[in-house]
Design a protein around this ligand. Structure first.
Ligand SMILES: [Zn+2]
Length: 128
């Protein structure tokens, strides 16, 4: 099966949010809630690009968590005048739960965007 990575970053984000292979969009990257397959069963693309590869996905996860909590804080506190002790418990819980829920999406987005920006590297055979 011929592999064709995402052509634009917008397409990479769209493919990443589907949690499917970024090269063929054919197969789900994850089995169940947490376990990521080693490679795509349809096109053979290896998801694990190398040791520590998915460390970069934590930047997406952390960045979005900080962005959401910061903007929620600014909006609620300074625009709508919500008290800080009404905000802190909710945002603290959000900051713990969101990264866990978004874990799969962060990995999928990281891989898909990398396939878009590093076309040559993403075509190399890896894994085993
Ligand atoms: Zn595939």
């Amino acid at each position: 099966m011929e592999r064709k990575g995402p052509e634009t970053v917008a397409e990479a984000i769209r493919r990443g949010l589907t949690l499917r292979c970024p090269m063929c969009s054919g197969e789900a990257m994850f089995e169940g809630l947490i376990w990521m397959r080693r490679s795509c069963g349809r096109c053979g693309f290896h998801y694990e690009r190398g040791p520590g590869y998915f460390l970069g996905s934590t930047y997406i996860n952390y960045g979005l968590t900080v962005l959401f909590t910061t903007w929620t804080w600014i909006l609620c506190r300074f625009v709508w005048g919500v008290g800080r002790w009404a905000l802190i418990p909710g945002l603290a819980i959000f900051s713990v739960i969101f990264p866990v829920v978004f874990f799969r999406y962060a990995r999928s987005l990281w891989l898909s965007i990398d396939c878009c920006l590093d076309r040559q590297g993403s075509m190399e055979e890896r894994g085993g």
